[in-house]
Design a protein around this ligand. Sequence first.
Ligand code: AP5
Length: 214
Amino acid sequence: MKLIMLGPPGVGKGTQAQQLSKEFGIPQISTGDILRDAIQKKTVLGEKANTFMSKGELVPDEVMLGIIQETLFSEHAPEGYILDGFPRTIAQAEGLQNLFEEHNDALNAVLSLEADENQIVRRLSSRRTCRNCNALYNLLTMPPKIEGKCDLCSGNLYQRDDDRIETIQNRLRVYKQQTEPLIGFYKSLGVLKSINASGAPEEVQKNIKRQLED
Ligand code: AP5
């Protein structure tokens, strides 16, 4: 199964992708996690990416397509994967389609998660992430059992730099301008599934499963 999670920042793509990954036994490939890992390790990619990410801007398409080509087509993921955070521009989506054609491969579905903007801002400003295993928490809706510690691995929880309110607003603007057009792109390919993502995580998961069974 090859899936794409599409939707604005904070709508719950990572939360749902982690759950689907466990259920289907396929990896979640989060380009945001790959870039944050590179920033933490202070690699050349990390330093380049940080100049864009800290402002809520997108990392250039050629950099992202290079990462995806290496991750999807040189690693062996026979059962498929869940792409979380890629593609984010029409150029990235076209690049991905070209890669699929070259490899005689295809997507199963693009899950387009939808929720209103106030809800999104609330979710992002109270998010915490595990430094060690990237598990996601929310101080309002999914708090950890022990403050500041991951329930799964006891790693330290941190707040992402780009979850400051000014950066959130810019990320939402960038989403509308550059990523939202992908909804039409994938609709025209006949693979788009619209998901109501405004309920609790378990409810959203049910909506996704229902759509995948259709
Ligand atoms: P990335 O890491 O992909 O961030 P994003 O798309 O902005 O999405 P988020 O991770 O912020 O949110 P999410 O939808 O995954 O929500 P989550 O599940 O965490 O990208 C970061 C940056 O990297 C970009 O700005 C860009 O600079 C760069 N980048 C990455 N990919 C790129 C690409 N392809 N091209 C160019 N640049 C790229 O949930 C959010 C919070 O809400 C959590 O606290 C969670 O616990 C809570 N929550 C989730 N679901 C629910 C629910 N149903 N009810 C209540 N709370 C919920």
